[in-house]
Design a protein around this ligand. Structure first.
Ligand code: GZL
Length: 609
């Protein structure tokens, strides 16, 4: 937006404020953020709007222009177009129907930054997505129901699930039902026309037979849970447990209802409004390292933790210098070297006392190192877990010691409560991107793939494979004909190729390498056999290291999916936020590109690894 228009907008906002009798702040408008909300009927959206406005108040030069689509996708599309006509600098949108709104979001993203809230959209045509993990929320609700039934000594129970046929509700319900049915719990689900207290109360009063044989009610928000409570009281029914969702503070919010015993538990579902404004300001100020997705943490709230949950700061007494112990994997790839350098440099930039130690790629060695950091009473412990299994005991030790553990680069196969946050890539999406490129490059023909897998048991190797197979599963003529572990190393990648050539006649159309180093390790060996890499065989790899991009520009590699190792700044900012008492997101997912022969040359310049 031009400065002139910004002045006009500022005067308009000023005039509107005076007309509405609002307090008038004489400031120039630096940024106008358009906010397109799905509706302002649901309580969750009202809380979202309050959070957005409260956070925006903290930035003098920021103005919000908020629209309410009243649940109508067509209206929301025209709301976005109207906001664009005002010349907004950035759009925050909480879509009513994410499929219907995807085209207008993509079109808007071509012109200005877009932050999508709450409901993830297909593809990546946005600057940043902030939302909850709805599958996790469903599992947490299921786990809570099982705990309540165990406390009551009830087996073979029945649950009445009160949903509100929304996008989030479906994914939460699927995971909820899966979680409780594994314990033999039967679920009767009903969709309410409105996700409100009155609708829930009226539904149960009108059809009390819905409650026959029911031991627990799981309502997909705390207002419906409260309505269920009122109905049970009016019907004179006791002994039925009630679990809600959202966990807001305030009058009749889930936290108060749990405190008062009106409901037995809730699972929090933060709106992301505060984070949206903070990141919007960073994006407009062109701060580097903005992630692609922020997945917010949800908590299971019971009477025994509702008070602690509401305490402002989770970390008390910020130390003058933050001491961080980092258990890093010994260098096995160029990616690792770049990651280590980024962490070290960022620690200096953020003035954090970093003790980074390396171990052999063995979980026993890494967990011993983490135990050492616990014994040294580090303020924060960071791990790049070499494999996903085997972490629970030492994570329990860290939790008992009150030391937060952040996962960087790789994930562990443990419950979300066992770690504070994960910073890294969406490995499954990286695998999907390789497969999508391959099917686009070799359409409608048989494709035999040789797969070079990364370190066995590591989350990138597991998840890249899952993502790749998910996409090719729908293509009967595309198959992984041979798969072997190259341990993410160039030498091992070459060994796998050597062995394949010794044992087979060449019959491979494409190579899917879980990282660049393994792909690069195959090139010379194939060339010695007269196989032209990139021509006779298509080669896809993951990371985006400089050597791979050189090979791509030389036509020897065809598709390089980025896996950004430069995680240092995001890690150190997260640690700083944590030590200031802010709650960290459950996952911070990095922004990544795909490089092919069609990628503009400019994108190959100024790369830092
Ligand atoms: C991904 C990282 C992987 C890289 C490999 O986050 O763990 O390990 O893709 C590295 O290059 O060895």
């Amino acid at each position: 937006m031009s400065r002139f228009r910004r002045r006009i907008m500022g005067l308009l906002c000023l005039a509107l404020s005076i007309l509405c009798g609002c307090s008038v702040r004489q400031t120039s408008v630096e940024y106008v953020i358009g906010v397109s909300l799905a509706n302002l009927q649901e309580q969750w959206r009202l809380v979202l709007k309050d959070e957005l406005e409260a956070e925006a108040e903290k930035y003098d030069g920021v103005r919000l222009v908020i629209t309410d689509a009243a649940g109508d996708s067509e209206k929301q599309e025209s709301d976005v177009e109207r906001l664009m006509s005002y010349g907004i600098d950035l759009l925050i949108i909480s879509p009513s129907d994410v499929e219907a709104l995807t085209p207008v979001i993509s079109r808007t993203y071509e012109k200005i930054p877009v932050i999508v809230l709450d409901r993830a959209m297909e593809g990546y045509d946005y600057s940043l997505f902030i939302g909850p993990d709805n599958d996790l929320i469903g599992r947490q609700a299921g786990k809570t129901v099982l705990e309540l039934l165990a406390e009551d000594g009830i087996s073979g129970a029945s649950v009445l699930e009160m949903k509100n046929n929304s996008f989030a509700s479906e994914s939460r319900s699927a995971e909820f039902v899966k979680t409780v049915s594994e314990s033999g719990i039967a679920t009767r689900s009903i969709d309410l026309p409105e996700a409100t207290r009155d609708c829930a109360e009226d539904t149960l009063l009108a059809s009390p037979e819905l409650l026959e044989g029911i031991d627990v009610i799981f309502a997909h928000n705390d207002y419906m849970a409260y309505g269920a409570r009122l109905a049970l009281d009016k019907l004179g029914i006791s002994g039925i447990r009630i679990v809600g969702l959202d966990g807001f503070s305030g009058e009749n919010g889930g936290l108060q209802l749990v405190e008062q015993g009106a409901i037995d538990a809730t699972v929090t579902c933060p709106t992301g409004g505060t984070e949206a404004i903070r990141y919007a300001v960073d994006i407009m100020n062109q701060v580097s390292g903005i992630p692609k997705q922020i997945i917010l943490r949800s908590h299971r709230i019971r009477p025994d933790n509702v008070t602690d949950y509401q305490k402002e700061s989770r970390i008390t007494g910020k130390p003058s210098v933050i001491r961080v112990g980092y258990a890093q994997i010994d260098e096995e790839s160029h990616w690792r070297a770049a990651c280590t350098d980024s962490i070290r440099q960022a620690a200096k930039d953020f003035d954090i006392d970093l003790t980074m130690e390396f171990t052999q790629p063995l979980v026993e060695e890494q967990t011993r190192l983490v135990q050492k950091f616990i014994d040294q009473d580090m303020d924060v412990i960071v791990v790049s877990p070499v494999v996903a299994e085997g972490w629970r005991p030492v994570l329990e030790e860290a939790r008992k010691a009150g030391i937060p553990v952040l996962l960087v680069d790789r994930m562990v196969d443990e419950e979300e409560e066992m770690y504070t946050s994960f910073i890294g890539a969406d490995f499954e999406e990286e695998g999907r991107r390789c497969a999508r490129w391959l099917l686009h490059e070799l359409p409608g023909q048989p494709i035999r793939v040789l797969e070079l897998t990364g370190t066995e048991g590591s989350s990138p190797a597991q998840s890249r494979k899952i993502g790749f197979e998910e996409v090719i599963d729908g293509e009967p003529e595309c198959e992984i004909a041979y798969s072997a572990c190259g341990d993410f190393s160039r030498e091992e990648g070459g060994r796998v190729m050597q062995e394949y050539l010794e044992e087979h006649n060449w019959d491979i159309d494409a190579i899917f390498a879980h990282n660049d180093d393994m792909a690069l390790g195959t090139l010379e060996i194939m060339a010695e056999q007269g196989i032209r890499p990139g021509m006779d065989v298509k080669i896809m790899s993951v990371d985006g290291t400089s050597d791979a991009l050189v090979a791509l520009q030389a036509g020897k590699v065809n598709c390089v999916v980025e896996c950004n190792p430069l995680l240092g700044p995001q890690l150190m900012k997260a640690i700083t936020d944590l030590m200031q008492g802010k709650e960290l997101p459950l996952r911070i997912i990095t922004d990544e590109s795909v490089f092919t022969k069609d990628t503009p040359r400019s994108q190959f310049q100024n790369r830092k690894y």
